[in-house]
Design a protein around this ligand. Structure first.
Ligand code: GLN
Length: 473
């Protein structure tokens, strides 16, 4: 079936004129309709997509060749798209139509991609189950009674259920990798600064990165190559060479690190077994497995929730009902506008983060929380650098569980605990890739995470590609 092809397959078919972009786009739009119950999209841009597909077909007919010419893809709804509303799954931005494209959207368009829609997510990317969306929850593509993970749950579910050939997500503490893991697809959180954040609605600016989700490693790499690169509009965007990884087909001479902190004795036995198998695969095929340690690992989760909430409270202060975001009805004073709009239009998780952030930044507590977390951040970074100096990548589970049942998230701290293996990577600013490495007793995908040195995405793709091709999981 057309929609089940990989991105590289459909790209080839398009270039060889075996299928037109309009046909591929119609097939994708029909699949989006058939899978509407999963709630993967906030907005489907059918008209814009058809127009872009027709243009792509004309360009293909004229002999043009671009990396994504005519390929239907999706974009997370916290990434600005000119003329197409960008809601962040929040009532606050329900009617926000950006007057400009994010850098990555410009890149997609310049590569000829057809954007079919904006994917559903946790409000402002805060959450791990895509249940905190003002537009209703997203369902897991493998088992709709389960959560798809979050916050890029819509992107992951859309890709897994053939509603797009690839999608963009954002990852502040695991939001690409964990949903990729829960839906059995591939997701990359690039090195901090490798992909421009211009046009990404900010959650925690020092941690946020945009990255691709796709069904194969090569598809994921292909989209990454399109969206990466320097952007003068993002002051944190890395100038110069950001490709320091290696492309290889053999594991001989490769070293893969196993940090014991990522394998606690409490680790789920099914997940541990799948990871053990993956580690054995690498060893059997010629890689050396090295034991290593991230001593500061235990600090990472607390450190993340302090830093990310602090940044979130500051970033979200702009939603005042005047300059940013819609305004509540019946306001009589300035105070009233702020109070009523923020009360009415922010959801519960966002409010929790704002309160947490304001608390850790408040005078008297700043030194005890924010300052200490900043210092812990340096320790975590240093520990990763030391561990990675002796190997090509670290391997570990992406998440401590597989996709859990929907509607069961009673205590927010349970969700926070689920981020334990992903947040250290954002704190260290390193690239992390999640890839399916097996299934649990219920048939739900298990994800493994490969963590690399800064700007060594290519090394992660090489390691993941060999596993995907030869491990048969
Ligand atoms: N689950 C994490 C959180 O809620 C990560 C979110 C993200 O990466 N955007 O903060």
């Amino acid at each position: 079936m057309t929609v089940e092809k990989t991105l590289l397959e459909i790209k080839k078919d398009l270039a060889e004129k075996k299928i037109s972009s309009l046909e591929a786009t119609e097939a994708t739009l029909a699949q989006i309709e058939a899978k509407a119950d999963l709630g993967s999209y906030v907005t489907v841009c059918a008209d814009e997509a058809r127009a872009a597909a027709k243009e792509a077909d004309a360009r293909i007919a004229a002999g043009e060749d671009l990396p994504l010419l005519g390929v239907p893809v999706a974009v997370k709804d916290n990434i600005c798209t000119e003329g197409v509303r960008t809601t962040c799954a929040s009532r606050f931005l329900e009617n926000y139509v950006p007057p400009y494209d994010a850098f990555v959207v410009k890149k997609l368009k310049a590569a000829g991609a057809v954007i079919v829609g904006k994917t559903n997510m946790d409000e402002f990317a805060m959450g791990s189950a895509s249940e905190f969306s003002a537009f209703g929850p997203v369902k897991n593509a493998v088992d709709p009674s389960r959560v798809p993970g979050g916050s890029s749950g819509g992107s992951a579910a859309a890709v897994a259920s053939f509603q797009a050939y690839a999608a963009l997500g954002s990852d502040t503490g695991g939001s690409i990798r964990q949903p990729a893991s829960f839906n059995g697809v591939v997701g990359l959180k690039p090195t901090y600064s490798a992909v421009s954040r211009f046009g990404l609605v900010a959650f925690a600016s020092s941690l946020d990165q945009i990255g691709p989700l796709a069904r194969t490693v090569d598809d994921c790499k292909y989209v990454y190559d399109v969206i990466k690169g320097h952007d003068p509009m993002d002051s944190t965007s890395a100038p110069g060479d950001i490709d320091r990884g290696e492309k290889f087909d053999s594991l001989k001479g490769r070293r893969i690190g196993v940090a014991k902190e990522f394998f606690p004795s409490s680790l789920d036995s099914g997940i541990k077994a799948a990871l053990d198998k993956a580690i054995k695969f690498y060893e059997k095929n010629g890689a050396e497995i090295v034991e290593t340690s991230i001593k500061s690992f235990d600090m990472a989760l607390a450190c993340y929730y302090i830093l990310s909430s602090a940044e979130a409270s500051s970033n979200l202060s702009r939603y005042d009902g005047i300059k940013y975001g819609r305004r509540a009805a019946g306001c009589k004073s300035l105070q009233d506008i702020y109070y009523k709009s923020r009360t009415e239009f922010f959801g519960p998780e966002v409010k929790r983060r704002i309160m947490l952030g304001n608390f850790v930044l408040s005078s008297g507590y700043y030194d005890a929380f924010y300052l200490r977390a900043s210092k812990a951040r340096t320790l975590i970074k240093n520990d990763f650098e030391a561990a990675l100096s002796g190997c090509d990548a670290l391997i570990c589970p992406t998440a401590p569980t597989t996709a859990y049942e929907r509607g069961k998230q009673a205590d927010p701290s349970d969700a926070y605990l689920g981020d334990v293996f992903t947040v250290p990577v954002n704190i260290a600013g390193l690239p992390g890739l999640s890839l399916r490495c097996g299934a649990d007793a219920d048939g739900l995908p298990i994800g493994m995470q490969l963590i690399g040195k800064a700007y060594c995405e290519e090394t992660l793709f090489s390691l993941a590609r060999i596993f995907e091709r030869e491990a048969a999981v």
